[in-house]
Design a protein. Structure first.
Ligand SMILES: C[S@@+](CC[C@H](N)C(=O)[O-])C[C@H]1O[C@@H](n2cnc3c(N)ncnc32)[C@H](O)[C@@H]1O
Length: 407
């Protein structure tokens, strides 16, 4: 394990190293664990080493009982990733600021919070989330903090039976959560021979990137949202790395009584791809689109196929400018019919690049600005998408001010 913080000339030499937390594992002396104030972990780490040449990593459980107003978190990760995220776990403020959801399970002292949704049974889908008030497009409906985060590589090694000690680690992670109820009452596939924790992760976790690693995050409040593939999918799940939170953001106006759903898989897939992708989640989708008539499904598949085709065509250097303009509009119209608003931002980003390449910096900037506006709503404002877009827009501004704006 790393025993020294990297030299960082930006930190004045007489001040504490600040953001550098050294990695710890089950070999770290208790005295170090007890005296390191910057460590948020409330239990000594328990670790396993996969019994395979496939991975040289050690994976440990890191728990913090104080996280999220005492609901706690357990993280299954390698020591370096856990160290990288320790500062975020230690900060109590973000969760405290968005703790309204605690009112639902009686954990807030006052019942003054008026949430815009309720969790209620949905025929054929177990529980689900239904709007109790009008929710406006782009509003954050709810914000949830993870009860558990597990490294994706660890989970796939488990699947390949390359981690014999997996169940022990899962059990430790569960036992160290102060609010086990919040975790265990989540939906499960009830597959035999699968540890309850592994089952909850499989049925509820969202893919996130933490400290550069692919992870799965279990967000108990977000996990009550059922999945929909169609235009009725009314919310989009947004991960913010600075506080590890997952939010559901409304993609359109939602009326009281409407079920609020998200897409568990990338938007815009045709039926065959969706069915395959949803298999990993362990259920057969009965959303409006998946249970629509074969004709309606075929029509939607055709539109989604056409979207892919148009998207590819406009990226060809040989596409003429006039065709490009026509196809850009077709793409946006198709995405709107299919209810893929959150995807439109992604398209706008591509349009920015394409129009820039075609020498039309003004139009490129127009699409870049719209893309950034949508990205700041639906993506992490501090993530690579938003920061990349900001950089591109600055470059376009300079180009246009310098008189090289084209079209
Ligand atoms: C993340 S949970 C969603 C909340 C869950 N319904 C509950 O009761 O807590 C995922 C599970 O909900 C059900 N589900 C979600 N979306 C569905 C859909 N579109 N069609 C059928 N079942 C769905 C499946 O049982 C799935 O395994």
């Amino acid at each position: 394990l790393q025993t020294q913080c990297p030299w960082n000339p930006t930190i004045p030499p007489l001040q504490p190293a600040g953001s550098c937390v050294l990695p710890i594992d089950d070999g770290t002396p208790m005295q170090v664990l007890n005296t390191s104030r910057e460590l948020p972990w409330t239990h000594p780490p328990s670790c396993v080493i996969p019994n395979s040449a496939a991975s040289a990593e050690k994976f440990c459980v890191y728990s913090s009982s104080a996280f999220n107003d005492g609901s706690g978190i357990a993280i299954i990760a390698d020591p370096e990733t856990a160290a990288g995220v320790a500062g975020t776990v230690q900060d109590p403020l973000p969760a405290w600021r968005s703790r309204q959801h605690l009112a639902r399970n009686g954990r807030l002292a006052t019942e003054t919070v008026d949430l815009p949704y309720a969790v209620t049974p949905i025929p054929g889908k177990g529980l689900g989330v239904v709007a109790t008030k009008r929710i406006k497009r782009f509003e954050t409906i709810l914000k949830s903090y993870p009860a558990m985060i597990a490294d994706s590589e660890f989970l796939s090694l488990r699947k390949k039976k390359a981690v014999v000690d997996g169940p022990r680690l899962f059990q430790k992670a569960l036992d160290q959560l102060p609010d086990k109820e919040r975790f265990l009452t989540m939906s499960r596939s009830e597959e035999e021979h699968v540890h309850a924790v592994e089952d909850v992760i499989k049925t509820n976790a969202f893919a996130i990137i933490v400290d550069g690693r692919n992870m799965k995050g279990v967000y108990p409040e977000i996990a009550r949202l059922n999945h929909a593939c169609d235009a009725n999918s009314s919310a989009y799940s947004k991960f913010t790395k600075k506080d590890l939170a997952m939010s559901a953001v409304a993609t359109r106006d939602i009326e009281p009584g409407e079920e609020i759903t998200v897409s568990y898989i990338p938007l815009g897939m045709p039926t065959a791809h969706r069915t395959r992708a949803l298999k990993n989640w362990g259920f057969n989708c009965t959303c409006n689109l998946c249970s629509a008539s074969p004709e309606a499904r075929a029509a939607s598949d055709e539109r989604r196929e056409r979207l892919r085709e148009v998207y590819q065509t406009i990226q060809h250097e040989s596409t003429s400018y006039n065709t490009l303009v026509k196809l850009t509009q077709e793409l946006v119209d198709l995405a709107q019919v299919e209810g893929l608003l959150a995807k439109v931002g992604e398209y706008y980003q591509a349009f920015m690049r394409i129009y820039y390449r075609a020498g039309d910096a003004q139009t490129a900037r127009k699409y870049g600005r719209t893309s950034l506006k949508l990205a700041e709503i639906f993506a992490d404002p501090e993530g690579v998408l938003c920061t990349g877009l900001k950089g591109d827009l600055e470059q376009l501004d300079r180009l246009i001010q310098g008189g090289g704006g084209g079209g």
